[in-house]
Design a protein around this ligand. Structure first.
Ligand code: S3P
Length: 432
């Protein structure tokens, strides 16, 4: 399905809320169900990635009563998961594949993890290597999915210095480490999102965090009810639409404001955005609050590589915003973008060029010369089957007086099922 988008050109004043954060939702099921018992998850998102995790957990023998955004989970606990599972389908979800691999290896469960065309191209050596060092038996062709996990002796804890900045890799090792004999310590080069650590802490496990070093060992955890705050990575597209539109102002309530995820907002503030945010609550270790964003004139900035892991999913959106900011924006150390649902460096470059916007890029670096302007031509955007590319360029369309057409819109269901409802505040939308 294609969507045709054109700005409404009217004053926008909206109050928004979002379905639960995708990263926390995965962990609410995978880590939450390690404990034996019943718990409720509120504001669980119905995005395809989260449903992939939900279906994998059901195959392990976890009973999940899914009633829209409220979920009742009844888990037999990790010691009583089924011991042989056949094939688990992680769909498009790297988080599902990598975290499930840590869980299955840690529990000594025999299974194959498979996924779709895009997931089959993504690197898995980064989890196979540390998990094998712990004693897991994982085989694959070219370190790609499908991954075949065999029964093995119980895993042994390791000290692991992360060669890549990846919360998925860190989480896979920490989950396996929780199930292993002895201590496991992971040392990060740069901070990545910390929902795994917070979830283990909220459940009462023995986890110690000192700066970039995280140590975990087996301990008692208890099933606990959870509320998942709104997904800030989905909200990022509507915040951008508000900044780029004329006469617009939005307020977002009950949104995740975790320190490692709100860096997007801090960068926008540095770019001169009229944004305000405030933490009003902490629930299960996660900060929650509100964000207000208004139409803004932005300016280019330099973004250094140590910050990239904290804005990894927002870079396509920031690249689009940079193209409408006065001056130059530089992104350093963005090589991980090549290994996402598409090669996001190429995908961003191709679509910015299709819109007549100016950039230069290499394997790990992108420079955008922006201008605070409106476009006036029919633009065809290729999503490359990647939700965050489709959504970022849909937000861009508020700056095009002509029509912007985005292909394969269905891919946005990976993370943001009702995005058109939100975009319709800003845009006239037709589908074809
Ligand atoms: C995620 C971590 C990030 C991010 C992904 C979700 C997570 O990936 O891109 O969308 O939930 O841990 P990496 O940590 O592998 O970069």
């Amino acid at each position: 399905m294609k969507v045709k988008l054109q700005p409404k050109n009217q004053t926008i004043k909206s109050m928004l809320e979002f379905k639960g954060d995708k990263s926390i939702a995965h962990r609410a099921l995978i880590i939450g169900a390690l404990a034996k018992g019943k718990y409720k998850i509120s504001n669980f998102p119905d995005s395809m990635d989260c449903l992939s995790t939900l279906n994998c957990m059901r195959k392990l023998g976890v009973n999940i009563d899914y009633r829209g955004s409220g979920i009742l989970v009844s888990s037999p606990g990790y010691e009583n998961f089924k011991s042989s599972l056949g094939t688990l389908d992680a769909g498009n979800s790297g988080t599902t594949a990598r975290l499930m691999c840590g869980l299955l290896a840690g529990c000594g469960i025999e299974a194959v993890i498979d996924g779709d065309y895009s997931l089959r191209k993504r690197p898995m050596g980064r989890i196979i290597q540390p998990l094998s060092q712990m004693g897991a038996q994982i085989s694959s062709e070219n370190s790609r999915i499908p991954l075949s996990i065999k029964k093995a002796n119980p895993l042994i804890g390791i000290n692991y210095e992360m060669p890549v900045d990846s919360a998925q890799v860190k989480s896979s090792i920490l989950i396996a480490g929780f199930l292993a004999h002895g201590h496991t310590t992971v040392l990060e080069k740069n901070f990545t999102r910390d929902h795994t650590e917070k979830m283990f802490k909220a459940l009462g496990s023995d986890i110690e965090i000192v700066d970039k070093s995280i140590s975990i060992k087996k301990s008692n955890i208890k099933a606990k009810d959870m509320y998942i705050p709104g997904d800030i990575s989905s909200a990022a597209f509507l915040i951008a639409a508000a900044l780029l539109s004329k006469d617009s102002s939005i307020r977002i309530n009950n949104i995740l404001l975790n320190k490692r995820r709100r860096k997007y907002l801090d960068i926008l503030l540095l770019m001169g955005a009229d944004i305000e945010y405030k933490v009003s609550d902490i629930y299960n270790e996660e900060e929650i609050g509100y964000i207000e964003a208004k139409s803004s004139s932005l300016k280019g900035i330099s973004i250094s590589k140590d910050i990239i892991p904290s804005i990894i999913d927002e870079i396509p959106m920031l690249a689009v915003l940079a193209a409408f900011s006065s001056g130059k924006t530089v992104f350093e150390g963005i090589q991980e973008l090549k290994y996402k649902e598409s090669n996001r460096i190429e995908a961003v470059a191709e679509n910015l060029k299709a819109a007549g916007l100016c950039l230069s890029y290499s394997d790990e670096h992108m420079e955008i010369i922006g201008e605070n302007k409106f476009l006036e031509k029919e633009i065809h955007i290729k999503s490359f089957g990647d939700h965050r590319i489709a959504l970022a360029f849909a937000a861009m369309s508020v700056r095009n007086k002509n029509i912007t057409i985005v292909d394969n819109w269905e891919c946005t269901n990976i993370s943001f099922t009702d995005s058109l409802k939100y975009f319709s505040e800003f845009l006239n939308i037709t589908t074809c």
